[in-house]
Design a protein. Sequence first.
Length: 216
Amino acid sequence: MTNSRTTVDFWFDPVCPWTWLTSRWMLEVQKTRPVQVTWHVMSLAVLNEARLDQLPPHNRELMGRAWAPVRVLTAAQEAFGSGVLEPLYTALGTRYHPQQLPKTRATIEAALREVGLPEDLAEAGETDTYDVALRRTHQEGITLVGQEVGSPIIAVPGPDGGERIAFFGPVVTPTPTGEQAARLWDGTLAVASTPGFYEIKRTRTVGPIFDQPDAP
């Protein structure tokens, strides 16, 4: 382990429960390792738009609901800067995942209120006004990692500060905390920086496991 700060780029779609767990892990890592995370929006709806007819019905339905939150996040970033992404994602994700609230405009408005952003930003979710910007930030992540992935995407500097290395995941449940989170991060960096390394995978035997916070 080194004391130098590692810059991490994290692409997320807020409707993905596995991404939520990984993002909470990334916040845990910041407590125990010298990392600085920059958050970026990606879109599972964009990623899957050319193959919607191949998805199961419940996934097609989710892709329809997935447009509004990423459009609102993009609008918020355009208006107030990238610093709003993590708190707004946290407010949205807490409602979508641990609290299991519906992916509706009312839920988005509640998240905006929580972080002190104008509620009328929710209007962006119902238009394509910010889709060019959304597709641009989405494509930045996909260009680094490739098409055969989902959310999240994480990118870190390569060995000796070289070209960034990006990967999908890690997919884990429940969110590791404390030193367990730190060890997973150290291992993730190790495999990601190994030349020619591409994938470790096993069949998921459980679904996402969330903490259950009280509703705000």
